[in-house]
Design a protein around this ligand. Sequence first.
Ligand SMILES: [Zn+2]
Length: 54
Amino acid sequence: MATKLPAAQARLYHNMFVCKHCKAKLRADPKKIIEGKIRCRKCLKKVFRPVRKK
Ligand SMILES: [Zn+2]
């Protein structure tokens, strides 16, 4: 996969978060994540981290 294009990066990672509990990815407004308004649709937990954290 040669996806280093900025547009592709933005599409894949912009506003994307990963559930710390079950690793499900979802796209959401960071503000809502911080405010705790977003729940994982799989496990219903509210703990997320941004994607691409190395
Ligand atoms: Zn989850």
